[in-house]
Each structure stands twice: as C-alpha cells, then as structure tokens.
Design a protein around this ligand. Structure first.
Ligand SMILES: Nc1nc2c(ncn2[C@@H]2O[C@H](COP(=O)(O)OP(=O)(O)OP(=O)(O)O)[C@@H](O)[C@H]2O)c(=O)[nH]1
Ligand SMILES: [Mg+2]
Length: 353
C-alpha cells in the first residue's frame, strides 16, 4: 500500500516537473528554534533524491554553523554573518536581520536564477533562520515571501516540535504563532508535527478535532492561563478546520509520504485560490500605478495651463513675486473703485430721502 502511494507521488512529482504549465512548488520551511527545520530540509531533500526528483535547496540561515544537505544557494556565500556583527556592531539577532537585508538586495537575481531552473528540479526548498520572528516580522522576510509567492506556487511549512507540545498551554501558544504566520503570509499552510519518533502526534490531532479532549487535558492546569487557553481553543476552532497537519519524523523519515500528499493538495489550493487572488492584486496594483501616473501628468498639465508665463531672463523667485505683487495691485484698485461707487450710491440715497 505504502509502495503504491510512493509510486503515485513520484509520478505526480514527475508530471509537475515535465508539464510546462506546472511551475515547481516552493516549500518555505519556518518554525521555532530547534523545532527541526534543518533536519527536515535534509530529510525532504534525500527523500526527493531517492524518488529521482531532486529539489533546488536554498539556505537562508546566515548563522548556521554547518548544513547537513547540499545547498544550491547558501546565504553564507554572500554574507559573512560574523563580519556583519563586527562591522555594524550588532548582536546575534540584529546581525541575522541585517544579513537577510543585505541578501534581499540580490533576491531578484536569485529569483531569476531559480525560475530558469524550472525544468531541472522538482521543487525549491528553503531553510530559514531559527529566530523565526527575524524572518516572519522583518521587511526582508516579507519581500522574500511575497516575491516567491508571486512567481511560484509557494507553500509555508510550519515545523512544530511535537515532543515539546504535550503541554496544552505550550501547544496553544505554538498554534497561535502558526495562526499569526498563516494570516500574515496568506499562503497555503501545512503544520508539520515533527519528531513523532519521540511522541506520536495523535494527541494533537485529537485536541484539534475534539474540544472535550482538549478541555480534559487543560483541567490539569490550574493557572489563569488555562481559562484563556480554553477560550482560545474555541476561537481557533475554525482555523483548525482548514489546517493541514502532518506528523513526520525528520530523523527516521516516518510520515514523508503523507507530507508529499499534503504538498500536492497545497499546490492545487495555491493554483485555485491564492493565484487568482494574487493576480487580482497585481492587476489592481498596476491599475493604481497607472491611475497615479495619469493623475500626476494631468495635474502637471493643469498647473502648467494656469501658471502665468514667467517673463524671460528674470529669475524665477523675482518673476513670481512680481506676478503676485501685480495681482495684489489689481485687487486693491478694484476694491477701491467698488468702495467709491458704494459710498457714492449711499450718498445719493441719503440726499433723496
Ligand atoms: N528525535 C528527533 N530529533 C529531531 C527530529 N528533527 C530534528 N531533531 C533534532 O532536533 C534538534 C534541532 O534540529 P535542527 O534541525 O537543527 O532544528 P532547527 O529548527 O533547524 O534549529 P535552528 O535552525 O537552530 O532553529 C537536533 O538535535 C535534531 O537532531 C526528529 O524528527 N526526531
Ligand atoms: Mg536550522
């Protein structure tokens, strides 16, 4: 059965590669520090190689010491993180952010390069820095995500440490983070419940589908946080409904077939839901830009039409003040004339009465 599924997935990946209409999907791996992003990228890379559908791998973590997979593009080849720390006098997080900012200035070249590889690779996998907020809440992270999403079917894979989520309050805080990233990126989203070789992820699936079971787990908690968590679980109910969760062990490779099926569904989702939205946005953006341009040219035309011509060979400041002064003189003269005629009118009225 597993073998049949594997063959089906591998055929699916081949068709993604061969069919010109299909662009290779971009899998953006995000997650809390130590959740297993890098190990998962390594696992996925070797899985795809074993299916003869090699991926194009990009490392965006400038601070990583060693990477256990062959990276086609490595941020460390472009930016020296330690040098950034020294030269800009920054701490570790500031240096990661600055390194990303420096790298993003070249990202259009990376994108061009990647797009040209469409026929050679099955997908793009991107590993991100451990300090998740540095990527998800920085301008460079947003630029990278948006430019990828507007060019290729981009899917966010949020890696969660299952073994560290057995506490319902910890699980809830992690889910809230996932939720915030999903709403921020507005892209197809997969929650990867990693490290299932340590703890099976069925308890999380249960919590997400069965409200009572989550309440039972929470009953052990006595702090005020448990009440908040209870309310939050009700709020997140709708979020859970549309969420794809897959249990994987990046160390043993367990659950990789399910992950690939989730990716196939996410690609369809991107093409049917997200792409039309993105295209609508693009059209609206170009329309706004065009409107802005015509408005600018119209206003410059109008201002040109109503501006009094500047006499030649006279400095602009001087010319303008002359025009204004002569205007004032005109107003004064006409006002004086009006005053005269009004007092004349009043005088004649008084005389006649
Ligand atoms: N048992 C087990 N350990 C795992 C699994 N995935 C990752 N690990 C371990 O978790 C630790 C962190 O893994 P990394 O892949 O470095 O995690 P990361 O998210 O890339 O870490 P940062 O980039 O520093 O945020 C390592 O010791 C891994 O061996 C897994 O599926 N099972
Ligand atoms: Mg890592």
């Amino acid at each position: 059965m597993a073998c049949a599924v594997e063959n089906e997935i591998s055929e699916e990946l081949k068709s993604i590669k061969i069919d010109e209409k299909h662009e290779m999907p971009c899998i953006l791996v995000l997650g809390m520090a130590g959740s297993g992003k890098t190990t998962f990228v390594q696992r996925l890379t070797s899985y795809l190689y074993s299916k003869k559908t090699p991926p194009y791998v990009i490392n965006l973590d400038p601070a990583v010491h060693e990477i256990p997979y062959p990276a086609n593009i490595d941020i460390r080849d472009t930016v020296d993180y330690k040098e950034v720390m020294k030269q800009y006098n920054l701490g570790p997080n500031g240096a990661i952010m600055t390194s990303l900012n420096l790298f993003v200035t070249k990202f259009d070249q990376v994108l061009n390069f990647v797009e040209n590889k469409n026929n050679e690779y099955s997908s793009i996998i991107i590993d991100t820095p451990g300090q998740i907020e540095v990527f998800t809440w920085s301008a460079s992270g947003a630029i990278i995500t948006e430019s990828l999403a507007s060019a290729l079917p981009t899917i966010i894979v949020y890696v969660m440490d299952t073994a560290r989520s057995t506490n319902p309050v910890t699980f809830m805080s992690n889910m809230l983070y996932a939720c915030s990233i999903m709403y921020k990126t507005k892209l197809p989203f997969i929650v990867l419940l990693n490290k299932i070789d340590i703890v099976d992820h069925s308890f999380i699936t249960d919590w997400m589908t069965n409200f009572d079971s989550f309440q039972d787990a929470l009953s052990m908690e006595t702090s005020y946080i448990s009440n908040l968590t209870r309310s939050m679980s009700l709020v997140l109910d709708e979020f859970y409904e549309h969420l794809k969760c897959v249990g994987v062990s990046s160390v043993t490779g367990l659950g990789m077939d399910n992950f690939m099926s989730a990716i196939s569904t996410a690609i369809i989702e991107y093409n049917t839901e997200y792409k039309p939205e993105l295209e609508k946005k693009k059209v609206l953006k170009t329309k706004n830009e065009d409107d802005q341009k015509t408005l600018k040219s119209k206003s410059s035309l109008e201002s040109g039409f109503f501006t009094k011509p500047v006499p030649p060979n006279i400095p602009i400041n001087y010319a303008t003040s002359t025009v204004e002064e002569s205007d004032e003189e005109n107003i004064d003269e006409s006002e004086i004339r009006e005053e005269h005629s009004f007092s004349h009118f009043l005088g004649s009225k008084i005389q006649s009465s």
